[in-house]
Design a protein around this ligand. Sequence first.
Ligand SMILES: Cc1ncc(COP(=O)(O)O)c(C=O)c1O
Length: 399
Amino acid sequence: MKITPAKRTEKITYAIRDVVVESTKLEKQGKKILHLNIGDPNVFDFQTPEHMIRAVNKAMLENKSNYANSMGVTEARESIAKEQERLGIKGVTTDDVLVTTGVSEGIELVLNALVNPGENILTPIPTYPIYLAVVHKINAVPNQYMTNEENGWQPDLDDIKKKINDKTRGIVLINPNNPTGSMYDRNTLEEIIDLANEHSLVIFTDEIYNKILFDGERHTPLASLTDDMPVVTFNGLSKNYICPGWRVGWSVFTGIKDEISGFKEAVFKMARARLSAPGPFQYAIKPALEGPQDHIPEMVSKLQKRRDLLYKRLNEIEGFSCVKPKGAFYAFPKFDLGVKDDREFVLDLLRKKQILTVFGTGFGYPKPDHLRIVFLPPLETLEESFNKLEEYVKENYNK
Ligand SMILES: Cc1ncc(COP(=O)(O)O)c(C=O)c1O
């Protein structure tokens, strides 16, 4: 008996992990792969701060391995609420915080609780792919707005205006951005808030990289710019606190309490229906947010050197150009090489030079002329990768 899967699964893809199938095959043949594909700091030379590990250990030894409260462990929710005040987001209480199994689960819960089949949510091009996956899972209609490479990958406000229709329920911003490494300026954020206000949209702002910023840049949390618009801010421990495998994230609900309470309660109802996020790991939230932060400048300083190398080397390769990332650990360079199929380009580069990157169309980019490169690997690995990339381009394109 052949089992037919549900239609909603047809359009779900996750390019970042899909390319790994091919690299695993090559690794089994004994090839050494240079991984520039995955945004996981622990795979490289970054380590979870020890005091966080101790806090989780302690919770486990104290037998706190019970199901946690569905909305999150109280001390963690309190600490996340306090963190919002430090970020300049006013009036957040414990009741406005939901702890989730990574930001990933928060995205699923909030979009499920807001969007009916046939309605749409604006997501950026390029985008972190989970947003499109969730749009398909909930039978919503994809509605994507451009971000402009020529303008440092800032959201294209005119395109956003064009794309809003009477079925649009919200807009997603990823700031700092995966996959472009851009950070949005205050004016752009204010204009987006005005547009959302005019069209009654909920703003979803994914700020999971808000502490990984270069050149002394400062991040403006969108929710700090408005007291009355409904905003859901996503953040978590995965990136800033170097523990993506722990699966700890949170959603913070702000706006006029009366106006958002129905939506927030719907999200909490869905959260109760999935029991809880992993309990013991939530005991790392307070020590993370309120304890020593030394690992952040250390991480940023290492990453900034890697970003500088990437920026220099990529722009030296004929046909390649790259906007300088301001935060996170990704770059989204363009290659003007007449390539018709960027997935094939990435697989060919992998087979011939053992460098693993991710193709731009996997992030919803419409043209096959971008790659996402992760600059978490050490300088030597990056040097070797850019040497090989340069060779590959010379051998195959600039003959
Ligand atoms: C923009 C963005 N949001 C969310 C996530 C997922 O985060 P989490 O590990 O908290 O599920 C990632 C992971 O790469 C990301 O880049």
